[in-house]
Design a binder for this molecule. Structure first.
Ligand code: HAM
Length: 418
C-alpha cells in the first residue's frame, strides 16, 4: 500500500476546524497590526536559500529538499519564507512603492529533519516580515503579534526568550574571543560541536550534549560584547516589552539556526510540547536584502509552526473549535423523489444554505441518523400524502417542533429562519 511519505501528514476533515480557527486568528491579528498577505512559490532557485540562510547552517547543509529539474535548474522546496519574501520584495521593487512593507504569510515549508512529535518534513508556518525600517518598535511588534496569536489560541504555558546578536562587526570580534576561549577545549567537545568550531562557532551554544553545555557555561557571552547601538536597541526592546505586559527572559544562549540575523532575536517556547518546543522564532536581519543583491533594506520578522502550535493547544486543551453543522438535510420517503430532492437541494444551496441529502438509498431511519450526525438544523421530509398536496414536513432539530409547509413557500420559511 502506498502511504504518505515519512514526515508528511494528511490533515483530515475532523482536524480542519482547528486549522481554520488558527488561520482566522492569524488573519485577524495580522490585520489588526496592518500587515498585508504575500504568497510566493513553493520552490525557488537553490542559491536563494544557500545565500540567504547561510551555507554553513543545518538547514542548507543537511535539510533542504533540493533537486535538478528537467531543464537543469537547481530547485529547492522552500525551507522558510524570509529569503523568498526578500527575493519577491527586491524583484518587484516593493520598496519603491512603499517605504515600509509590512507583510505576512501562511505556507507549507519543507525540511528533511528527523521526524518526531512537533517536527515534520512538510510543515506549515505563518509569519511576518517588515521591510524598510530600523525602528526597534517593529522588533517588539513581531513579538507582540506572535504572543497575541498564541494567547488568542488559549495558550498559557509560554516563555518568551530574547537575545541580541549585535552587528556583524561586534559579532565577529566576539567570535574571535569565543574561539580563544574554546581552542584548548576543542578536543573535549562533541563531534558536532568540533565541526561547528570551524564553520559556525556560535551554534555550539545550541548543542544538546551535556559536556558541551558544561564547557559553554563559562564561555564569554555575546551579550556582554555588544556594540553600543545594539545595546541601546536591546534596552528599548526590553522596556517596550515590559510596557506591553509581555513576560520575557533574556537568554544569552539563544543563537538561532539561520545566519541572517543582526541585533534582536527571539523565540517563544511552550512548556507543553516536549523537546521540539519552539513555537516560533525570529529577529532582525538588516543586511539580508543587500546580501541578496537588493538595495540595502533593514528587515525584521518571525515565523511560527502551526503543527507545533496545534500540539501545544491539544496538550493545554485550549482550543474550542466551532462545531461544524449544516442548515438542512432533505429526506426522501419514496425513491422516485430523488430528483425532486436534488432539485430542492440545489435551490437552497444557491441561496447560500448548507444542504445535504441521501445518495445511498438509505431508509428513512438511516437518513435521520445521518441528519443527526451532520448536526442539521432542519430536516425536510419529502414524500407521502403531504407531498401529493404540495406540502412537506419541516422539523426544527433543536426544538423538535415539526410543521407542515407548502413546498413552493419553503424559500420564505427557511430563509427567514436562517
Ligand atoms: P525557524 O526557527 O527555523 O525560523 O522556524 C520557525 C518555526 O517553524 C519554529 O519555531 C517551529 O515552530 C517551526 N518549524 C521549524 N522547523 C519545523 C519542522 N521541521 N517541523 C515543524 N515545525 C517546524 C524561520 O524559519 C525564520 N524564517 C523565521 C524568521 C522570519 N526570522 C525572521 N523572519
Amino acid at each position: 500500500m502506498i502511504k504518505a511519505v515519512t514526515g508528511t501528514k494528511d490533515i483530515l476533515p475532523d482536524e480542519i476546524p482547528a486549522w481554520k480557527l488558527v488561520e482566522k486568528t492569524i488573519e485577524r491579528i495580522f490585520h489588526n497590526f496592518n500587515y498585508k498577505e504575500i504568497r510566493t512559490p513553493v520552490f525557488e532557485e537553490t542559491s536563494l536559500f544557500a545565500r540567504g540562510i547561510g551555507e554553513e547552517t543545518d538547514i542548507v547543509g543537511k535539510e533542504m529538499y533540493s533537486f535538478t529539474d528537467r531543464s537543469e535548474n537547481n530547485i529547492t522546496l522552500k525551507p522558510e519564507m524570509t529569503a523568498s519574501v526578500v527575493r519577491a520584495f527586491i524583484e518587484h521593487s516593493l520598496g519603491k512603492q512603499q517605504s515600509l512593507n509590512k507583510l505576512y504569510y501562511v505556507s507549507p515549508m519543507f525540511r528533511q529533519e528527523r521526524p518526531q512529535a512537533g517536527r515534520l518534513r512538510q510543515f506549515h508556518q505563518f509569519g511576518a516580515e517588515a521591510l524598510g525600517s530600523t525602528s526597534v518598535y517593529l522588533d517588539v511588534e513581531m513579538i507582540q503579534m506572535a504572543f497575541e496569536i498564541l494567547k488568542e489560541l488559549g495558550l498559557k504555558d509560554l516563555n518568551v526568550k530574547i537575545n541580541s546578536l549585535g552587528t556583524p562587526e561586534s559579532r565577529n570580534a566576539y567570535k574571535e574571543k569565543l574561539r580563544k576561549f574554546l581552542i584548548d577545549k576543542k578536543n573535549k567537545l562533541s563531534e558536532d560541536s568540533r565541526k561547528r568550531f570551524d564553520k559556525n562557532i556560535l551554534r555550539i551554544f545550541d548543542s544538546k550534549d551535556e559536556n558541551d553545555k558544561k564547557i559553554m557555561k563559562d564561555a564569554p557571552l555575546l551579550l556582554d560584547h555588544l556594540d553600543s547601538e545594539s545595546k541601546e536597541s536591546f534596552e528599548i526592546v526590553k522596556e517596550t516589552l515590559k510596557l506591553s505586559g509581555i513576560p520575557f527572559e533574556v537568554d544569552p544562549y539563544l543563537v538561532r539556526g539561520l545566519d541572517y540575523y543582526t541585533k534582536t532575536t527571539f523565540e517563544i517556547i511552550s512548556g507543553k510540547v516536549g523537546s521540539q518546543n519552539a513555537l516560533c522564532g525570529g529577529g532582525r536581519y538588516d543586511l539580508l536584502a543587500e546580501h541578496l543583491e537588493g538595495e540595502p533594506t533593514p528587515g525584521v520578522g518571525f515565523a511560527a509552526g502551526i503543527e507545533r502550535i496545534l500540539l501545544a493547544c491539544e496538550n493545554e486543551k485550549s482550543l474550542k473549535s466551532p462545531e461544524e453543522n449544516i442548515d438542512l438535510f432533505i429526506t426522501r420517503l419514496d425513491d422516485e423523489l430523488s430528483q425532486k430532492v436534488f432539485e430542492i437541494a440545489l435551490n437552497f444551496r444557491r441561496k447560500n444554505l448548507s444542504v445535504d441529502c441521501d445518495y445511498l438509498d438509505r431508509s428513512l431511519k438511516a437518513q435521520m441518523r445521518e441528519a443527526n450526525k451532520l448536526k442539521a438544523k432542519y430536516v425536510l421530509f419529502i414524500g407521502g400524502d403531504e407531498y401529493k398536496s404540495g406540502m412537506a414536513n419541516l422539523k426544527n432539530m433543536e426544538s423538535g417542533e415539526q410543521k407542515l409547509v407548502q413546498i413552493d413557500k419553503l424559500d420564505e420559511v427557511l430563509l427567514s429562519q436562517k
